[in-house]
Design a binder for this molecule. Structure first.
Ligand code: C5P
Length: 401
């Protein structure tokens, strides 16, 4: 996840930047939109605020106590201005800082991408040419506008490139800037998420409180690092993680089949899902009714251990170099028991996180200790599930190398 500033100046192509914003957000980036005052004539403040989930200001007089005109530029990982009008380019080249966007361009120490869009005459005018040359000389990446249909009947160079192309430029720059961001490039990863359900009858099941948040955070993070991601999701009600393929399952046996099928060619497999250890021996085809007599006891039988079977297949000559990761939710975590469980399951890493009393399931935060097959321990302090995912992928990426 990167902190991106999306500057929008007053060109009709501002509407395309709304799509760029969506792509950036879906990729997990935090995006702050800074339009110029006139840009709001094309696309209004509510659109930018709703799509970014961040406040929107155009001048340096809003939230003065936060010193936004300095802080935003200083803390950004990347600034992209799309569209950049002739006027914006001129003001940026002259080092003016009369509004929040130009002030941010002066305070930014990160890469700055400018995507000009204007009529061909304006683009080809010597003033614009000189401004672009100066900005490039100072290190800005100015993307030549595309050729094609402009706003009126005219055609020629001046079009804003399509949002997908601008997004690709941003992603490529960020991958270079933040090496962790590309640490899974070209890798295939399979992640299980959620909690299995074991049916008693057509309306009832044995289940658990897992929501899939941690698994989905792992999926988003892996996709951001360049991996091809498949999530095997058991009863998850969250929006699909950006960039991941989702295979839906219900029971432990469904998940067992799906995971073994999907993991065959994976470089890393992460079992985040809370899998039921047991299922009812019998499932009633019709709803179990109360009839006044003592209800039948629920007789359970053991489910396959998916993690154990994945690690076992790898050990028997499965995919070379595959990294297998398990999770263990424990109410009373204990290092010796954790190391023993890791050995029993045969995985490379075991992420042990405390659950119960509001911890773990469904909460936004998590904490854990990651045990490795070699005996090392990596504590992950309390933080977001995204932050925990980053540490897990750092450890996996190090093993894949
Ligand atoms: O033994 P325990 O349930 O604590 O192990 C947790 C780990 O094993 C998790 O990664 C979970 O996804 C996995 N597991 C499994 N199949 C089961 C039970 C747990 O893959 N039947």
């Amino acid at each position: 996840m990167a902190r991106v500033i999306l500057g929008v100046s007053a060109g009709i192509a501002a509407y395309k930047s709304a799509s760029l914003l969506r792509l950036l957000r879906e990729a997990g980036h935090r995006v702050r939109v800074i339009p110029t005052a006139d840009a709001l004539r094309f696309v209004g403040e509510p659109t930018w605020a709703a799509l970014s989930g961040e406040p929107v200001a155009t001048d340096v007089w809003t939230a003065v106590d936060e010193v936004a005109h300095v802080r935003l530029g200083q803390s950004a990982d990347l600034v992209i201005v799309a569209p950049a009008t002739a006027d914006l380019l001129a003001r940026a080249a002259a080092g003016m800082s009369g509004d929040l966007l130009t002030a941010t361009l002066l305070t930014a120490r990160c890469p700055v991408v400018l995507a000009p869009a204007m009529h061909t005459e304006m683009w080809e005018h010597p003033a614009t040419t000189a401004n672009v040359a100066l900005l490039r000389q100072r290190g800005a990446l100015v993307i030549d506008p595309a050729s094609g249909r402009l706003t009126g009947a005219d055609t020629g160079p001046g079009r804003l490139p399509e949002p997908e192309e601008l997004f690709a430029v941003v992603q490529a720059l960020l991958a270079r800037l933040m090496p962790a961001a590309a640490s899974l490039a070209g890798r295939r990863v399979v992640i299980s998420a959620g909690g299995t359900r074991e049916e008693l009858d057509p309306v009832r099941f044995l289940g658990n409180w897992s929501t899939g948040k941690q698994g989905y955070a792992l999926a988003r993070s892996a996709a951001l690092r360049g991996a091809e991601v498949t999530v095997v999701a058991a009863n998850v009600e969250l929006p699909d993680p950006a960039g991941a393929r989702v295979v839906r399952v219900v029971s432990a046996r469904d998940m067992h089949a799906a995971m073994l099928a999907e993991a065959g060619i994976a470089d890393a497999v992460v079992m985040t899902a809370a899998v039921a250890d047991f299922r009812p021996v019998a499932r009633s085809d019709s709803k179990i009714k109360k009839d006044g007599s003592q209800p039948d006891p629920i007789v359970l039988t053991e489910n396959p251990d998916i993690l154990h079977d994945l690690a076992g297949r790898r050990a028997r000559g499965g995919r070379q170099g595959q990294v297998v990761v398990g999770f263990a939710a424990e109410t009373d975590p204990d290092p010796q028991a954790a190391q023993a469980k890791l050995a029993r399951k045969g995985c490379d890493l075991l992420v042990v996180n405390p659950v119960g009393n509001g911890r773990g399931f469904g909460s936004a935060d998590n904490e854990a200790i990651v045990y490795s097959r070699e005996g090392s321990q990596t504590p992950i302090p309390r933080g977001s599930k995204e932050a925990l995912a980053e540490v897990v992928w750092d450890l996996v990426a190090a093993r894949l190398q």
